[in-house]
Ligand binder design. Sequence first.
Ligand code: AMP
Length: 285
Amino acid sequence: MPERNLRLGVPSKGRLAEQAVALLQQAGLNFRRQERSLFARAREIPVDITFLRADDIPVLCAEGAIDMGITGSDLVAEHGVDVVTRLALGLGRCRLSLCVPEDRDFQSLQELDGCRVATSFPNLTAAFLRQHRADPHLVSITGSVEIMVALGVADAVVDLVETGSTLAANRLRILEDIGQYETVLIQSTSCRDTALADRIVRRLQGVVIARSYSLLEYNVARARLPEAEKITPGFHSPTVSSLEDCDWCAVRVMVRQSEVIQVMERLESIGATAILETAISNCRL
Ligand code: AMP
């Protein structure tokens, strides 16, 4: 067996773990993790998966203990490490926000001077507060930040927000956003096999694009093709084929999933028919 398999760090638990494994499998990085084992070897590609805490992945990657890793860009920023971000994975989108109790009348960051702010992102928080010339006392903790106000430990918190339901449940509101983050694939500056790393990036990129686009097929009168092409310019350009009825043609094109419904309506309004959406499971563009 090759000695120098590429080492890829993947979160071992938490909200990211399952999604990261599903993404890797869809990209053809198949492996079986023995129960609670910290390692798994991928089939058919020389990659060893190491299951780690998402918080440790940026530092371990910067230190060269792993060649690549899947983690949050929030954690990369917090640790301030020197790694290369290769790809945003379209998962875990969130913002880091400074939140205050709903029933307190804080209007600006400066009003927090002398107050206590609890966070598990002390570096990002301190840099943000410095930049805004605010000077509260930081309380650095590792989890359950959202309950620190109710516990009387803090007057405000800095935490990740996705849907906002945790904030609402704890009667907190956002005073200021600090940054926006998502799940990323990172690479060590001392990666031992950059060609293989590029191959992994291409594989994951194929899945990330496939997940955010749909394939749309429709028939349209040739006379209206220029209008149709404006509505659906495609990733590069649409595929147009002839129909038996030479006044008509068939179009096949990639469309952003978030825009599909609107695009279908616009196509219908120019007389397109048989408009079909198909999910893409993988692609190389
Ligand atoms: P939500 O209630 O959907 O706003 O989610 C907020 C809770 O989930 C907080 O406890 C956050 O710390 C956590 N959270 C949200 N997004 C992420 C993320 N991308 N990575 C890690 N934790 C997150």
